[in-house]
Design a binder for this molecule. Structure first.
Ligand code: BG6
Length: 507
């Protein structure tokens, strides 16, 4: 976690998939912003690797477009200085012999830097290409120095439990666990990291953070976009694999975990894995009572006509892939016994929002006259991850006047107001941490596998029983009706806090 900004040791970063979208939109802009913030190592070199033909200059020009479109900061002079650190290698990653260039370059950089750089290999490629790269990195023996070589692996990490185990095994043939950085970019978001600060740097919340005071928890991660040309990938994924197995379960862990003894990477990850292991495994015959899936139809999205999922590029006309999932989880431990965690995620929903809501139980005794309570609402803590970045505590207040009338009001902490708009992108934090060698915000092998175990019964049942009635929700809605029924059965409803600024009235 980028805290006290130590100057980092020299780094040589190889980006496999150097001409791809992830590098263009996220990685290079993040590295560039770190550079502008004076957070890159004094000595560093970035090497893009891909099959397309580019000269170094043409490659830099290509990345510059990405900066112009996606960077948080812009500075022509800064780009000039930064881009001098970038080179390109055109290479077919299936060609074993081509890998010989890597140790040669590493030696050359060592001489140039006057010290041995940490070698980082970033897998910004399609998951099916990762094994061949790992195998070849193993053959050229560049990762044997455990303290000075690392690999970064993007999601999806496996397609199911078995394939995730295979991938872990393959990685462990070449790398020690401490060299492996499995990215879940949600963990790099400022607002997600702040959940730990909220919970464990304040004495206020912890005594109430349990089944005695909390009625239920909700996690909504809604997107307004559809699959955006990624139909080929999404067809083999779906909302459950794409969002729930990773991002959403990680958010759930942040809410559910016990206090770590320290911020040591393994200690934090141990506490999270405990939550995953404690999540009640939904029996297959019960899946329909705990999980709902949906797929968007064609329709209108904020006034614009959009195609249905089945009409998207690279999607089968009769596809049964879900673009929406809602699930009820329970955590079987002393803290959370009986407290439902409702989660939902989907594409082409009404609003882009990721918000975690902790709903508290009612006051144990209500001493006010019944009329005072007509507008009474339970206490609620809402943690907005994005695009709003705030924490809002709702409680009751007496409305001014002669009568005792209780109304809900909000106490809001807003990031932008409190910190002058300083918001590093998730990838900035994560790339800094990889260079520093801090794995706290990355997924350990056992965490990934434990997360797969949680979703496997749902995956298996959904694969066996094809959905009837797809598509079952319209764009610009909040998903299928069954998702409303899932939560309504427990006499709750999905909460989307109104987007508001401090001082505005609560509804
Ligand atoms: C990615 C998923 O991991 O997260 C995408 O593959 C999804 O489908 C994206 O759109 C959401 O990320 P964010 O940061 O925009 O919430």
């Amino acid at each position: 976690m980028q805290n006290n900004k130590k100057k980092l040791p020299p780094v040589l970063l190889f980006i496999f998939g150097g001409s791809g979208d992830l590098n263009y939109r996220k990685l290079t802009p993040a590295l560039y912003n770190l550079f502008l913030d004076n957070s890159m190592p004094a000595k560093f070199s970035i090497v893009g690797i891909a099959r397309s033909a580019y000269t170094d200059d043409a490659y830099r020009q290509h990345l510059k477009e990405g900066i112009d479109n996606f960077s948080r900061k812009k500075d022509e002079d800064g780009w000039k200085k930064f881009s001098d650190h970038i080179n390109y290698i055109q290479m077919d990653i299936a060609d074993d012999k081509a890998y010989g260039q890597i140790p040669v370059l590493a030696k050359q950089k060592e001489q140039e830097f006057g010290e041995h750089p940490t070698l980082i290999f970033y897998m910004a490629v399609a998951p099916q290409l990762v094994p061949v790269i790992i195998k070849n990195l193993g053959s050229i023996q560049v990762c044997t120095d455990v303290k000075h070589s690392r690999i970064v692996v993007e999601k999806p990490f496996g397609h199911d439990l078995e394939s995730a185990k295979e991938m872990n095994k393959l990685l462990s043939n070449i790398f020690e666990e401490e060299q492996i950085y499995r990215i879940d970019h949600y963990l790099g978001k400022e607002t997600v990291q702040n959940i730990l600060a909220l919970r464990f740097a304040n004495a206020l919340f912890e005594p109430m953070w349990n089944k005695n005071y909390i009625d239920h928890v909700q996690i909504t991660s809604a997107e307004t976009v559809g699959v955006e040309g990624r139909g080929g990938y999404y067809e083999n994924s779906g909302a459950l694999r794409d969002m729930v197995q990773n991002h959403i379960l990680q958010l759930l862990c942040m809410i559910g975990m016990e206090a770590p003894i320290s911020f040591d990477a393994d200690e934090v990850r141990n506490k999270k894995v405990d939550v995953l292991n404690a999540i009640h495994k939904i029996p297959k015959e019960e899946v329909q009572n705990f999980a709902v899936r949906g797929q968007y139809s064609s329709g209108w999205m904020h006034g614009e006509k959009v195609a249905g999922y089945r009409e998207e590029k690279d999607v089968k006309p009769g596809s049964t892939t879900e673009t929406f999932a809602a699930i009820k989880f329970y955590i079987d431990n002393w803290r959370w016994q009986g407290v439902p965690f409702y989660v939902r995620t989907g594409k082409h929903l009404h609003e882009k929002t990721t918000v975690l809501t902790i709903q508290f139980k009612p006051a144990p005794h209500f001493s006010f006259p019944a009329e005072a309570a007509e507008t009474w609402r339970p206490n609620r803590l809402s943690i907005s991850i994005q695009p709003e970045m705030d924490i809002c505590l709702r409680f009751q207040a007496k409305r001014p006047g002669q009568d005792m009338v209780l109304t809900p009001v909000d106490m809001v902490f807003n990031y932008k107001d409190a910190y002058d708009g300083y918001e590093p992108e998730a990838y900035e934090t994560l790339l800094y941490d990889v260079m520093e060698g801090d794995a706290t915000l990355f997924m350990r092998a056992d965490q990934v596998e434990a997360a797969w175990k949680v979703v496997m019964p749902i995956i298996e049942v959904w694969e066996q029983r094809k959905p009837v009635g797809f598509p079952n929700y319209s764009p610009d809605s909040w998903g299928p009706e069954d998702a409303e029924a899932l939560i309504a059965r427990d006499e709750h409803n999905w909460i989307v806090p109104p987007q508001k600024k401090q001082g505005e009235k609560s509804t």
